[in-house]
Design a protein around this ligand. Structure first.
Ligand code: 4AZ
Length: 247
């Protein structure tokens, strides 16, 4: 499970957490997964708005997939979530500034569009330069993420598949036109994710993409070896010197 590192500012102890899968409302159902390991990109959660706000949660046992529990695709490290691209953010966080989600606590979704780096950097300019780092991705309304949405997914449909472009991280207020929501940029961490979960979907070694390459190298070499074998045998049999020496 991909989430934000700052979600663990209270505790990094695996036994303090439960992972509830396939739920649309916040109910503390008795069916949950326990956590085996929390892997933080940075050793410990940084202050709000800092780089590396990403973490992996390894569950204690495999998950049974269903119509309600499905994995999302990891983008390739080179994937481009271009400015203006329409994406969705989901969560049970505040529905507006100072407005906590009301019962029955239904999961909310908000449509957002990716904001170009320059515009976002300007929106978050500070005396020490922009607060926007290369590992951050910005997106703005109509909708926005808000308090308690942190760690949730920003997903975009690319050629029919849903890819996770971001992890809700921070922002000034919620839904302010001049203050985009800021996300941890997943593409910046894809190699780190594959390092910790070699079997994770997406690119990498999955499905032996290097097998055709090996075959492409192997078959021509085998062919050349056979041809040279046949030619050498022919030479050996027809060479007068060999014929003489054997007489
Ligand atoms: C938060 O406090 C938070 N509008 C998350 C996202 C945004 C603001 C605050 C973006 O978790």
């Amino acid at each position: 499970v991909l989430t934000a590192a700052h979600c663990f500012s209270g505790s990094v102890n695996s036994s303090d957490y439960q992972v509830h899968l396939g739920e649309l409302t916040v109910t503390l159902s008795p069916h949950f997964s326990t956590v085996k390991r929390i892997i933080m990109y940075t050793g410990s959660p940084g202050p709000p708005g800092s780089s590396g706000d990403i973490a992996l949660v390894q569950l204690s046992s495999p998950v049974a997939l269903s119509s309600q529990v499905q994995p999302v695709c990891l983008p390739e490290a080179s994937a481009d979530f271009y400015p203006g691209m329409q994406c969705w953010v989901t969560g049970w966080g505040y529905t507006g500034e100072g407005e906590p989600l009301k019962p029955p606590y239904n999961l909310q979704e908000a449509k957002v569009s990716v904001v170009d780096v320059k515009t976002c950097s300007q929106a978050y300019n500070s005396p020490n330069g922009s607060l926007i780092q290369p590992d951050m991705l910005c997106a703005r309304g109509p909708g926005d993420a808000c308090q308690d949405d942190s760690g949730g997914p920003l997903v975009c449909q690319v050629a029919g598949t849903w890819q996770q472009a971001g992890v809700v991280s921070w922002g000034e207020g919620c839904g302010r036109p001049d203050r985009p929501g800021v996300y941890a940029r997943v593409t910046a961490y894809v190699n780190w994710i594959h390092h910790h979960i070699p079997e994770a979907g997406g690119s990498g070694m999955q499905g032996l993409p290097w097998a055709p390459l090996l075959a492409a190298l192997f078959w021509p070499s085998l062919f050349l070896l056979l041809v040279s074998g046949v030619l050498m045998a022919k030479y050996w049999l027809s060479s007068p010197s060999h014929a003489a020496s054997e007489l």
